[in-house]
Ligand binder design. Sequence first.
Ligand code: PLP
Length: 354
Amino acid sequence: MSENVKLRPEIAALAAYSQGRSPSPDGFKLSSNENPYPALPGVLEAAARHAEINRYPDGAAVALRTRLAERFGVVVDEVVVGAGSSALLQQLFLAAAAPGDEIVYAHRSFEAYPGFVTVAGATSVQVPLTAALEHDLDALAGAVTERTRVVVVCSPNNPTGPAVRAAAFEEFMTRVPADVLVILDEAYREFVTDSGAVDGEHYLGRYPNLVITRTFSKAYGLAGLRVGYAIGPARILSAARATAIPFAVTELGFAAALASLEEQHQRQLDERVTEIVRRRDRLRGLLLEQGWAVPAAQGNFLWLPTGEQTPTATEAFFAADIAVRPFGLEGIRITVGEHESIDRILAVTGALPR
Ligand SMILES: Cc1ncc(COP(=O)(O)O)c(C=O)c1O
């Protein structure tokens, strides 16, 4: 009788991460903030050359860490790679927080944070977003107590879209004690066009308690290969590496990430990002014209404040063969995907009551 097996009650009560829904093969999957473009042929070929799958990958990920270190002007020990930035967020939580400790983050923000906190055995402290659906950095800093081990700042914020202002972030860093780890989750940083937005890259080496996390899943279009990275002080990253599942990133992942950073591929990927950003801004403008109060969007997604009608609006999208991500009775997150999806989205939103 498995009922007799003792489990951690908080884990037994925890639901597994719920993935975005899928439409029909002819529909649009705009529920997981994926990149709509297929892999570049050169990147695919680089991955396919790593066919020695009877061997374990390089657990220390030396080649990719070295390349990223060069690119960000840090030393190799200040870079760690993981199975997506999700894995690195969890590893950092595990490294810093245990039962009795608190991890502070915004709500709404990335849905995986609460589960990762629970897995670490720590306690979540959720700080509401402002009325403009932005991070309330003042309140986040104010929520730090002597039990706080980690504060997470998500910029641009998933699912609402706005990025944190650089000046506000710097002020926030002066208020957080230097023994509390700050993680700046920049999964969507490459889509940011607001010059006043925070850019973790500028702060490398400046704060002894700051780690930034980024990913190849979004702008680089490698979500299926699971490669993310974190940059920060070597001592913190070394602790995070100690919590990792060995060999979680494959050689295929390393090869695709390295190839993506080669100049000609990077240029092509940047062009795709520019196109997604253009589409994002155009779609937001058209939704504003329809009367929707869509917050400033700096990632590859938009927030539609559907409130009470969120479940019916979600079904209206699904009926149009568009999968989107609903959040309670608050709103819907729509990923900026294929060009052809724009008119179909606008037909649905145009027919919904505002
Ligand atoms: C804010 C944020 N952080 C991190 C991630 C993790 O992405 P990945 O594990 O694919 O790098 C996501 C994915 O949706 C995200 O939205």
